[in-house]
Design a protein around this ligand. Structure first.
Ligand SMILES: [Zn+2]
Length: 214
C-alpha cells in the first residue's frame, strides 16, 4: 500500500530553538501517551515513535461509522455476501484502529531547515488577495531553492493578480511547509482540529498542516 503523512510544520521556530522545542513536544506527546517513548523503525527513512495507548486523543472520532453500518444492515435488503461483509466491518477494527497493525505508523520529529512538500499530492495554493487557486509553475522551485539556501524573506507572486507573499505564507488546498521543525504522523487517521490546536499551542508558534502522499 502507499503511505501518507500528516505533518504539522512549525513555520516560526528558529534553527537554534528547534532542538529544545522538539524535546518539549516529544516529552508532551509521550507524557500524554499519544506516542510510545522508545523510537523504532516505524517511519520511512528514519526512526519514529509508534502510537501510544492514548493515540485516540489525537484523532477525530469516527462519527459512529459502525452505527451507520448497523442501521444500513437494519434497513437495506442486502445479499448474503454483502451482509457478511457488513457484519465483518461492524465486528472488526474500525478504520481508526486499522493503522495500528501497519509497520509504518510512527511519529517522526524532524529537526532542521526543511521543505515539507506534499509528495504525490502535488501542490495547490490559493491567493489571499484574489482567491484564485493555482498550481505554481517552475518559478516556485526557484523560490523554494532560495528559501532552502537560507533566504527567509523570499517571496512568490500570485500568477493571477501579482500579489506578492512570503513563500512561507502561501496556503491553499495542498500547501507546503517551510520550517525548522516538522512533526510527521505516518499513516495516522485524520488528526482532529482540537489536537492540531493543542500541538500548535505547545509549540507556541504558527503551524502549517501538510498532507503528504507517497
Ligand atoms: Zn491573486
Amino acid at each position: 500500500m502507499s503511505d501518507h503523512a500528516q505533518i504539522v510544520v512549525d513555520i516560526e521556530v528558529s534553527a537554534e530553538q528547534a532542538p529544545e522545542l522538539t524535546n518539549i513536544v516529544r516529552a508532551w506527546l509521550v507524557g500524554e501517551h499519544i506516542i510510545e517513548q522508545e523510537e523504532s523503525d516505524s517511519v520511512l527513512g528514519g526512526t519514529g515513535h509508534r502510537p501510544g495507548i492514548n493515540y485516540r486523543a489525537a484523532i477525530g472520532i469516527d462519527t459512529d461509522g459502525k452505527a451507520r453500518l448497523q442501521r444500513l444492515l437494519g434497513v437495506a435488503i442486502v445479499s448474503p455476501t454483502w451482509r457478511a461483509a457488513l457484519e465483518e466491518a461492524i465486528e472488526g477494527p474500525t478504520y481508526q484502529e486499522s493503522f495500528l497493525g501497519l509497520s509504518t505508523n510512527g511519529v517522526e520529529l524532524a529537526v532542521g531547515r526543511r521543505v515539507f512538500d506534499a509528495g504525490g499530492n502535488g501542490i495547490e495554493l490559493q491567493c489571499d488577495a484574489c482567491s484564485v487557486s493555482f498550481e505554481p509553475d517552475d518559478s516556485w522551485f526557484d523560490a523554494v531553492g532560495a528559501w532552502f539556501g537560507g533566504d527567509d524573506l523570499v517571496s512568490f507572486p500570485c500568477p493571477s493578480c501579482g500579489q506578492q507573499a512570503l513563500l512561507t505564507e502561501w496556503r491553499g488546498p495542498w500547501p507546503w511547509g517551510f520550517g525548522n521543525l516538522g512533526i510527521a504522523f505516518w499513516n495516522w487517521p485524520p488528526l482532529s482540529d482540537d489536537f492540531i490546536h493543542a500541538i500548535t499551542r505547545k509549540l507556541g508558534h504558527r503551524t502549517v498542516r501538510v498532507r503528504r502522499h507517497l
